[in-house]
Design a protein around this ligand. Structure first.
Ligand SMILES: Nc1ncnc2c1ncn2[C@@H]1O[C@H](COP(=O)(O)OP(=O)(O)OP(=O)(O)O)[C@@H](O)[C@H]1O
Length: 336
C-alpha cells in the first residue's frame, strides 16, 4: 500500500531564553496508508499538533523528512496543498458571516464549484442553519462548520485535530459515520483525538506518540493484540464459590486475581483445563472469556512507561507523565 502521509526521524526543538530547550519531536516516525482512517494519539504536550503544523508547513522542522501524497514537503506543499483539507487547533471564522458566506469565501479562494457548498453543509448537518451568523453558533456547530470547510475541496487527505470537540453524542456518532463513509469513498482521514473509545470504533490504524517519539503504530487490532495479556475472566454460578475456585487454580499454577464477582487468570495454556479443574471440585463455571484489552489501557501503559532520557524531562514534566501506570484492579487487565 502507498503512504499518503509519512514522516521519518522528524525533529522539532523549541528554544526559549526563559524555558530553555524543549524537544517537541524527537525523531518521530509516522506512516498513514491510503484510504484509512488513522488515529493520531498522545497525551497533552506529546507533539501531535507540532507534527501536524510541521506537515502543513506552519512550522519548520529541525530534522527528518516528511511526505504528503508521495511528495516531499515542505518543498511540494504548493502542489499538494489543494488536495489536503485540515483543521488544526480551533479555526477562526468571521463572527458576522453566516456559514454559507464563510464557505462561499473559501470556495471562491480555492476555485471550488458552488454546488459543493450545499454538499458539505448537508454532510455536516448544517443545511438548515447555514443562513445564520457564526457568532450565534454553538461550539459543536462551529466545529461542524470547520469540518465542512476542510471538506470543501474534496481533499484526498483530511487532517482533523479533535473533530468531536463540542459535538453532542448524536453528533459524535454522525461524525463517526461521516469519517467511515469518506474513507470508503477513497479519502484518507487522520484524526487526532483524546476520545480513545471513539478512535477504537472509527480507526483502521493508529500511531501513538509520547515525548515526541512513536511508541506504537499499526492496525488497531494488531496494536491491541500486541498488548493483550492473554488473560481470562471466569465467573461462577455461585459467587460464594470464588475463594474456593481461586485456591484450586492457584494450586494448579495459575496466576489469579480476585474481583467482587469474577476472577482474572493469567498463565493459562488451555482454557478447557480451567473448566475441568473447577468442575472436579464441584465448582461450576458460568462464563470463561478472554480479557479484552482496550485502546485506552494500551495508551495509558505505553505513554506512561515510555523512556524518559534526561533531555526529555521538560516535555515529560509539562505533560505530567510520571511513573508506570498502576494496573486497573477493576478490569484485571494487568491484575494477574
Ligand atoms: N511555540 C512553542 N514554543 C515553545 N514550546 C512549544 C511551542 N509549541 C509547542 N510547544 C511545546 O511542545 C510540546 C508539544 O506540544 P504540542 O502542542 O505539539 O502537543 P500536543 O500533543 O498537540 O498536545 P495536546 O494534546 O495538549 O494538544 C509541548 O511541551 C509544548 O509546550
Amino acid at each position: 500500500m502507498s503512504a499518503v502521509l509519512e514522516t521519518e526521524g522528524l525533529r522539532k526543538t523549541y528554544r526559549s531564553r526563559r524555558r530553555g530547550v524543549r524537544h517537541a519531536l524527537d525523531g518521530f516516525d509516522m506512516r498513514v496508508e491510503a484510504g484509512q482512517v488513522h488515529g493520531f494519539l498522545g497525551p497533552n504536550g506529546s507533539g501531535k499538533t507540532t507534527t501536524l503544523r510541521t506537515l502543513l508547513g506552519l512550522i519548520r522542522p529541525d530534522g527528518g523528512r516528511m511526505a504528503i501524497l508521495g511528495q516531499e514537503v515542505p518543498e511540494a506543499l504548493p502542489t499538494v496543498a489543494g488536495q489536503v483539507g485540515a483543521i488544526v487547533e480551533s479555526p477562526q471564522f468571521f463572527p458576522n458571516f453566516t456559514a454559507r458566506d464563510t464557505l462561499s469565501l473559501l470556495a471562491e479562494a480555492g476555485e471550488v464549484p458552488r454546488q459543493r457548498i450545499d454538499e458539505v453543509l448537508e454532510l455536516v448537518g448544517l443545511r438548515d442553519r447555514a443562513g445564520e451568523r457564526v457568532k450565534t453558533y454553538s461550539l459543536g456547530m462551529k466545529q461542524r462548520l470547520a469540518v465542512a470547510s476542510a471538506l470543501l475541496k474534496n481533499p484526498r487527505l483530511l487532517i482533523l485535530d479533535e473533530p468531536a470537540n463540542g459535538l453532542d453524542p448524536g453528533g459524535i456518532r454522525e461524525m463517526r459515520t461521516l469519517m467511515r463513509n469518506l474513507a470508503e469513498s477513497g479519502m484518507t482521514v487522520v484524526l487526532s483525538s483524546h476520545i480513545l473509545g471513539e478512535i477504537q470504533l472509527i480507526c483502521d490504524s493508529v500511531t501513538i506518540i509520547s515525548l515526541g517519539r512513536r511508541v506504537a503504530f499499526g492496525p488497531v487490532g494488531e496494536v491491541l493484540a500486541q498488548h493483550s495479556t492473554g488473560g481470562l475472566r471466569v465467573r461462577l454460578e455461585a459467587v460464594t464459590d470464588l475463594p474456593a475456585a481461586a485456591d484450586t487454580l492457584i494450586r494448579a499454577g495459575i496466576r489469579v486475581t480476585g474481583h467482587a464477582d469474577h476472577l482474572t487468570l493469567a498463565g493459562v495454556d488451555k482454557p478447557a483445563a480451567v473448566t475441568r479443574l473447577l468442575a472436579e471440585q464441584g465448582l461450576y463455571v458460568s462464563e470463561l472469556a478472554p480479557v479484552a484489552v482496550d485502546l485506552e489501557s494500551v495508551f495509558l501503559e505505553l505513554t506512561a512507561t515510555a523512556p524518559v532520557p534526561g533531555q526529555h524531562r521538560q516535555v515529560d514534566q509539562s505533560t505530567k507523565v510520571g511513573g508506570p501506570v498502576q494496573p486497573d484492579a477493576t478490569t484485571g487487565v494487568w491484575g494477574a
